[in-house]
Design a protein. Structure first.
Length: 126
């Protein structure tokens, strides 16, 4: 059996049509921090954002000029209070899904970025 030296997840890429608009959404609307914004060629740049204090960031990867297809990212963010965050996000104009509350399961809901990338907010277990 082989083993790995992989120890963590650093960055997850999400395709966006406009990196500046995506930064405005993630930083301006969601309150994330811009971790990195660096040119990687004359026509491309590498942009990463993350919630304050997070160890994993999201790379806002420029698409190929074709509008991004809405996608379930599989990314789950945690919050201390899903009900309060659902209300706050909705109030900031974020497209949020129904707040789901089931016995024995943490409250959760989905939200979409402007490119239709879908994420899930889950209340942190106590």
């Amino acid at each position: 059996m082989s083993t790995t030296t992989i120890t963590d997840i650093r960055t997850i890429g999400v395709t966006v049509t406009d990196q500046d608009a995506a930064v405005d959404f993630y930083v301006g609307t969601l309150g994330f921090e811009k971790i990195l914004d660096a040119p990687i060629s004359p026509t491309m740049r590498w942009v990463e954002v993350a919630p304050n204090g997070a160890t994993t960031s999201i790379a806002l990867v420029a698409g190929d000029g074709v509008p991004a297809t809405a996608a379930e990212t599989g990314i789950r963010f945690t919050v201390p209070d899903a009900v309060a965050e659902h209300t706050a996000m909705s109030g900031r104009g974020v497209t949020v899904g129904e707040l789901l509350i089931w016995d024995g399961v943490p409250p959760m809901y989905t939200f979409d970025d402007p490119d239709g990338n879908r994420f899930v907010i889950v209340e942190a277990s106590h």
